[in-house]
Design a protein around this ligand. Structure first.
Ligand code: MG
Length: 253
C-alpha cells in the first residue's frame, strides 16, 4: 500500500530533507584528492546529528557506514573507510537522514578535481535524467511516465540504467511502496497522487547495466569495471509541480 502523507508528515520529511541537503553542502566543499572516505562519513554524521537528525543508513540491515561512498566503478552501497580520493575520480554520496520518525534520502555524484570528459558527461546525463523523471512526477501521471523519461534520456545518451537496484516510496520508513525502477518493468503500474513521497534515483552506467556485489556483501560494482553515477531526490507529488524535499545549494568553489 502506498501511504499518502499528511501536512504534518510532509513537514517532518522536509526537515529531514533539509538535513540531507546541508550534508551535501558540507561534503561538496570537502571532496578533494587525498581525503579518506571515512572522513566524509564522520563529517556527514556530525552534520546530521548537529541538526537533530539521525544517519538513516547506519545499521540498516547491518550497513556499517553513516553514508554510502561509491567511487568510480562502484554503483551504490560503497562502505566508507581508508580509501583516499584521487584526482580524476568520481564519487557518489548517498545520504539518508531520519528526523522525528521521518526519512529523506538523496544522492549526488561529484568530480574529484579534474575528470575526463566522458566521466563529466556521465555525471551530467545522470543528473539530467533525474530531472527529466521528476518533471513527470505529477498527479494523474503514472509511475511508468517517470521511469520511461529516465530510461529514455539515459539510453538516448548512450549509457545504461542499472536494473538490480530501484528507487522507492519513503516516509516513516526509508523504503516504502512503490518500487521505482529506472527502466520498463512488468509489475503493476501506479497512478501518482498528491501526498505520495518518492525517492527517485537513477543509477547510470557507462557500459553494461550489469552489476556484481563484492565480498563485503554491500559494495555493488559494474560488471565491466566502467564508471557509474547516481543522483537521487526525495520528492512530494502535489496538485501542481513536484516538490523536491532534498534541495541544496551548490556553493561556488
Ligand atoms: Mg534511496
Amino acid at each position: 500500500m502506498i501511504v499518502l502523507k499528511s501536512d504534518r508528515e510532509i513537514s517532518l520529511m522536509l526537515k529531514a530533507g533539509e538535513i540531507v541537503g546541508k550534508v551535501f553542502e558540507k561534503l561538496n566543499g570537502e571532496i578533494k584528492p587525498g581525503v579518506k572516505t571515512k572522513q566524509l562519513d564522520k563529517s556527514a554524521k556530525e552534520k546530521i546529528e548537529s541538526l537533530g537528525g539521525r544517519p538513516a543508513f547506519f545499521g540498516y540491515k547491518g550497513f556499517p557506514g553513516n553514508i554510502c561512498t561509491s567511487i568510480n566503478n562502484v554503483v551504490v552501497h560503497g562502505i566508507p573507510g581508508e580509501q583516499r580520493l584521487t584526482e580524476g575520480d568520481i564519487i557518489s554520496l548517498d545520504v539518508g537522514a531520519e528526523f522525528e520518525g521521518y526519512y529523506a534520502d538523496a544522492a549526488i555524484t561529484i568530480a574529484v578535481g579534474n575528470i575526463s570528459k566522458e566521466a563529466k558527461r556521465l555525471i551530467d546525463v545522470t543528473e539530467c535524467s533525474l530531472s527529466s523523471g521528476i518533471e513527470q512526477a505529477r498527479a494523474k501521471n503514472r509511475l511508468s511516465d517517470v521511469t520511461a523519461a529516465i530510461q529514455g534520456f539515459v539510453e538516448k545518451n548512450g549509457f545504461s540504467v542499472v536494473r538490480a537496484f530501484v528507487g522507492h516510496g519513503i516516509g516513516s520508513r526509508m523504503h516504502e511502496e512503490p518500487e521505482i525502477p529506472n527502466f520498463k518493468w512488468i509489475k503493476e503500474d501506479v497512478r501518482l497522487e498528491p501526498g505520495m513521497t518518492l525517492a527517485i534515483e537513477p543509477m547510470v552506467n557507462q557500459g553494461t547495466y550489469d552489476v556484481k556485489i563484492m565480498e563485503d556483501g554491500w559494495t555493488a560494482v559494474t560488471r565491466d569495471g566502467k564508471l557509474s553515477a547516481h543522483f537521487e531526490h526525495t520528492i512530494l507529488i502535489t496538485e501542481e509541480e513536484p516538490k523536491i524535499l532534498t534541495l541544496w545549494q551548490k556553493k561556488k568553489q
